[in-house]
Structure formats: structure tokens, C-alpha cells
Design a protein around this ligand. Structure first.
Ligand code: F6R
Length: 364
């Protein structure tokens, strides 16, 4: 049931504030001062490193989580795509926690990677949407993301719920390792609890994205740029766009632009820059100026402060609500999704059933 929406994808994008609220209520205590994980839990004081493995959008969620676990919890994290991971035969040292992320919980490569880690990792954690799935059943600590059934082939609400679950886990790790105190934990948890409201506000960019997407629909190639934890969001934006609009899109870490891809830039190639006003913003602005100096059309996705600092010369701007930089990757999933969605609608493609793709990839 599309509940009045034109596509399941549109419904699932719009549902995000509601499902996220449920996921937050599941993990965060009612008084918002602590986190409850399902038994047997995980003793983060004993964790030396984490290995995260997934495919596609779930892999990008892991790339964001790497920033979180390394920055706030001080745990080194390795991330790999499942189809590569086990063939490297990576050595596993004591103190390793393996974490697998999968919406369906049935992705063949991810399941095979999990089985590779059985008996090698201290603990196998999974972040899954389908609680009775193989990946959930075969892990020591399955963490449900509570996104509800996702029907659109392009993953949307599962991504934001995967991120939210891993943000909570990273906060738990940071707290028990003494990297943040009770007050900082409570502050971050209250920011998280405010997130559904901010996501709701962010959905207000729909009209603007629709207008921009009509122009994007006429292009052949699009570049996405992001820095820090926004780099994986650039990757996610490019993947969504490719999947459903069939426009060629690529994402780069902003700083990598001048090491090659800038050669692609001309007036026909829109460059979408995902950049909230954070500590890395000024560096991103100089990368943007390099693009504009070569006639590139910059679509800047930022907040009010960012738009002010960036100044003139951008092709267009999508204005996002202000947010704690820690949570920005969750919020910026919304423009990544809406730009892809409206570009696909403008092109008239089959949004919910894109060509050549299946919802669950159970072959290697
Ligand atoms: C992208 C998408 C895919 C999946 C990938 C992993 O929109 O849906 O990239 O994220 O196939 O699937 P799961 O999460 O079921 O393991």
C-alpha cells in the first residue's frame, strides 16, 4: 500500500521521521540519559578494533560509522565491501568485533563474510532490518534497525535507521570507554531524540529538489563531493541517482578532486557538494571554487551559515536545517534521496523497480 504516494520510494522517504522515532525509543532509555542494548550486550572496554562489512548503501552506512567510532570512541575501524573482504583472507587479531550491516539480512556476500569471521572475531554484531533473517540469526548480537518493511529497491529509510543505530552504538562505546561523560552522552542523546523533528523540517526541501531535479534530468554526468563523514553521503547520493535515474554519477572526497576528476568538469557537468557548515567547510569551499573557476555548475547542499560563507557564484543551493555536525550524515541522506527520486520521476523511469536490480541479492 503506497498510502497515497506515487511510489513506495516516496512513501519510504517520507516515513523516515516516524520510523526513526521508533528506533530511538527502542535503544534510548525513557529518561534519555542512557542506552539499552539487547542482551548479551557488548563490553566496549575490551574492544581493540572493529571490522565492518556490507554491500552498497549498507556499506556507505559503515563508512559513516567509521568516522563516528574512530572520532568519538577512539576505536580503529576497518570497512570493506563484502564481495572483497573474505577473498583477502584478512588476519583477525584478538579484540576484534565484526559488524555486518544489511537491510535484508540475506545478502549472499555479507552472509559469507559473516561466516568467515565465525570463530575468528570475539563477537559478531549485525545491524539488520529483518530480525528473522540469516544474518541476524547467525550473529551474537543482532541489532534491529526497526525501519519496517522496505519495498522500493533503492534503500532509503533503512539507510537512515542503520546510521541511527550505529550512532547510538558509537555513543555507547564512547561513554563506557570514558571518552564522553554522562552529561555529554545525555546531550548527544537529546540531539538524537530531536532528530525526527529536524528530519521532518528537512523534508520541506522537496519542492526545491523537484525544481533542481528537472535540470539534473537533462544531464549525462553528475559529480558528488563531500568531505569527512559527508564523503559517504556523496557516495550514497551518486549511487541512488545511478540506480533509479540511470544518469552516470560519481562521488569523490572533495580533496581528491584535483588529483584527477576535475578534468571532467565543464559547464555540462553539475557538481553536487554536500557540505553543512562544520569544521571542514572552508576547505570544501576552496574545492568548490576550483570547480566554479572551470565553469562547473555547483549545486550546494548546506545550511544557512554555509550558504552565507560560500558566497556567490554557485549554480543553486538547497538549504538544510542546522544540525549537530555529529548527526549531519543522517540528515543529509534526505537531499541525497530526494534529488535521485525527483530526477528519476522527471525522466519517467520505473522508480520502485529499476532495471537490472533486485531488492535482495542472494547470489555472490
Ligand atoms: C541501494 C541498495 C543496495 C543495497 C545492497 C545491500 O539503494 O539498495 O545497494 O544496499 O544490495 O543490501 P542489504 O542491505 O539487504 O544487504
Amino acid at each position: 500500500d503506497k498510502a497515497g504516494y506515487k511510489h513506495f520510494m516516496a512513501k519510504e522517504i517520507a516515513e523516515q521521521p516516524t520510523v526513526l522515532q521508533g528506533a530511538l525509543a527502542h535503544y534510548i532509555n525513557a529518561d534519555a540519559t542512557g542506552i539499552t542494548l539487547p542482551e548479551p550486550g557488548l563490553d566496549f572496554t575490551q574492544v581493540e578494533r572493529m571490522t565492518m562489512v556490507a554491500c552498497g548503501t549498507a556499506f556507505y552506512a559503515c563508512l559513516v560509522a567509521k568516522y563516528w567510532f574512530e572520532q568519538i570512541a577512539g576505536i580503529p575501524v576497518e570497512v570493506d565491501v563484502a564481495s572483497e573482504f573474505r577473498y583477502r583472507e584478512p588476519p583477525v587479531t584478538p579484540g576484534t568485533v565484526a559488524l555486518f550491516v544489511s537491510q535484508s539480512g540475506e545478502t549472499a556476500d555479507t552472509l559469507a563474510a559473516l561466516r568467515y569471521m565465525e570463530g575468528k572475531a570475539d563477537k559478531i554484531v549485525s545491524v539488520v532490518n529483518v530480525p528473522e533473517s540469516s544474518i541476524a540469526r547467525e550473529s551474537d548480537l543482532p541489532l534491529p534497525i526497526l525501519a519496517g518493511t522496505e519495498i522500493g529497491v533503492a534503500s532509503t529509510k533503512a539507510f537512515t535507521c542503520q546510521l541511527t543505530t550505529m550512532a547510538i552504538l558509537a555513543l555507547q562505546a564512547a561513554h563506557v570507554r570514558g571518552r564522553i561523560d554522562d552529561q555529554e552522552l545525555a546531550d548527544k542523546l537529546s540531539n538524537l531524540r530531536a532528530l525526527p523533528g529536524v528530519l521532518n523540517l528537512a523534508l520541506g526541501i522537496e519542492g526545491k529538489t523537484q525544481e533542481v531535479s528537472r535540470k539534473l534530468a537533462e544531464t549525462r554526468d553528475i559529480l558528488f563531493l563531500g568531505r569527512g563523514a559527508m564523503y559517504p553521503l556523496a557516495l550514497e547520493g551518486a549511487l541512488k541517482l545511478k540506480e533509479i535515474s540511470y544518469i552516470h554519477a560519481e562521488a569523490y572526497a572533495s580533496g581528491e578532486l584535483k588529483h584527477g576528476p576535475i578534468a571532467l568538469v565543464d559547464k555540462h557537468v553539475p557538481v553536487i557538494v554536500m557540505a553543512p557548515r562544520d569544521a571542514l567547510f572552508d576547505k570544501t569551499v576552496s574545492n568548490m571554487q576550483e570547480v566554479m573557476a572551470r565553469g562547473g555548475k555547483v549545486l550546494l547542499v548546506t545550511d544557512r551559515e554555509g550558504a552565507k560563507t560560500a558566497g556567490d557564484g554557485v549554480w543553486d543551493t538547497i538549504l538544510m536545517p542546522e544540525i549537530d555536525p555529529f548527526l549531519a550524515p543522517i540528515l543529509y541522506a534526505v537531499p541525497a534521496q530526494l534529488l535521485a527520486y525527483h530526477t528519476a520521476v522527471a525522466k519517467g523511469t520505473d522508480v520502485d523497480q529499476p532495471r537490472n536490480l533486485a531488492k535482495s541479492v542472494t547470489v555472490e
